[in-house]
Design a binder for this molecule. Structure first.
Ligand code: GLU
Length: 372
């Protein structure tokens, strides 16, 4: 057993499903949410950084607009419902977190924001800054503009992508089920809860499949497994736990009841993702001091860079090379090639004057870099 706990890791993403936030008649489960906000506050005070991925916009908006089928009869309905519900949803979170002395910040993202590497860096930097300021980002998909083709469609996968972007170590999906069961607990009351999944194989997929006689019979579990695949592949541990209890984070911590999907070795997973089938668009040569800094887990600062070659844009993959030409790391460049070249060897305090605008913190941030 690993000592890792998704609820005590330094950075955690908590996802709350629509059915936990909103009752079937469309009312907000405010009392329950207040207990979750209290859990978040307790952990934040203990030093954990938490971002929330909150569903519920469509469900809330549909009720206000009196739309049929929970607002999901058409894409236009869902978008109108999301736009109406999101403003209420943010208000609820701001109020409940505010009552705990916390500041909430809203981020609405589309699939493109997290898939396109340049925008990914922007979203990642914003998340990082908010978390380091002690703010609780409350994130949802930007449903009112995302068309069907570019939607995540479910916040389980969104939460996994956000974890990757925020360099979080854990995700907890609070759900109306307690986790992944060997067989559908509705038809097999004695079915065992799977507590720990080391590898998502065909057996695990079958348990989540709607077609399986032994499955949960809900698309809900299939999207959670898809999220677990994204998360664990990116070095993030993901847990599914029940949100049908007050203080759900504390309850999960005490009881441990839920399913935990263990992250693949983070270094390998991150490296694989950074490689991502892409070839490096350029090279940044660095000095021996920079290599030592990278090895101790630091970002690549311009002061340690010597030569920039190739044509690349912000967000492109670059190789970081030693004086002898050996590739020591790969990562996403925070600058295009021309700006990176102009900053080479320059101290951070001179960057703003050279660029003519606010500089980024590094040439390649450690969160977006894999040492080879
Ligand atoms: N983004 C949707 C909403 O806020 C929820 C997506 C989901 O059900 O996971 O209503």
């Amino acid at each position: 057993m690993t000592a890792f706990s998704p609820t005590t890791c330094p950075r955690l993403i908590v996802k709350v499903g629509s059915s936990l936030l909103v009752t079937p008649s469309g009312d907000v489960r405010r009392d329950w949410l207040a207990t979750l906000a209290a859990d978040i506050a307790a952990r934040t005070k203990a030093g954990q950084q938490i971002a929330v991925v909150s569903s519920g916009a469509i469900a809330l908006g549909a009720r206000r607009l009196k739309l049929p089928k929970g607002g999901r009869a058409s894409l236009e309905d869902a978008q109108a419902a999301a736009a109406t519900g999101q403003i209420a949803l943010s208000q609820i979170w701001a109020e409940l977190l505010g009552a705990e002395g916390l500041t909430a910040a809203q981020m609405l993202v589309t699939l493109d924001d997290l898939e396109d590497r340049r925008r990914y860096l922007n979203a990642s930097a914003t998340l990082g800054r908010l978390l380091s300021l002690g703010v609780v980002p409350v994130i949802n998909e930007n449903d009112s503009v995302a068309t069907e083709e570019i939607r995540f469609g479910d916040n389980d996968r969104l939460a996994a992508r956000i974890a990757q972007a925020a360099a979080a170590q854990g995700v907890i999906l609070l759900s109306d089920v307690a986790g992944l069961f060997e067989a559908n607990p509705l038809t097999h009351p004695d079915a065992c809860l799977i507590e720990r999944v080391e590898r998502i194989d065909a057996r695990i997929e079958a348990m989540a499949s709607g077609d399986s006689a032994s499955g949960m019979g809900s698309g809900g579990m299939a999207s959670k497994i898809a999220a677990a695949r994204i998360a664990t592949g990116a070095g993030v541990t993901l847990a599914i736990a029940s949100g049908h209890v007050d203080h759900p984070l504390a309850a999960f911590d005490t009881s441990g009841r839920g399913t935990v999907f263990i992250a693949e070795r983070s270094a390998t997973a991150r490296k694989a993702w950074l490689a991502g089938g892409l070839t490096a668009k350029g090279e940044i040569s660095v000095d021996a001091g920079a290599i030592a800094a990278l090895k101790s887990g630091k970002s690549l600062l311009a002061a340690g860079a010597t030569i920039v070659t190739g044509t690349f844009m912000r967000g492109d993959l670059v190789a970081i090379t030693a004086p002898d030409g050996r590739v020591v790391a790969r990562g996403l460049s925070e600058y295009d090639a021309a700006d990176a070249a102009s900053l080479c060897g320059k101290r951070s305090e001179d960057h703003a004057a050279i660029l003519g605008h606010e500089p980024r913190g590094a040439l390649v941030h450690r969160n977006h870099m894999a040492l080879l």
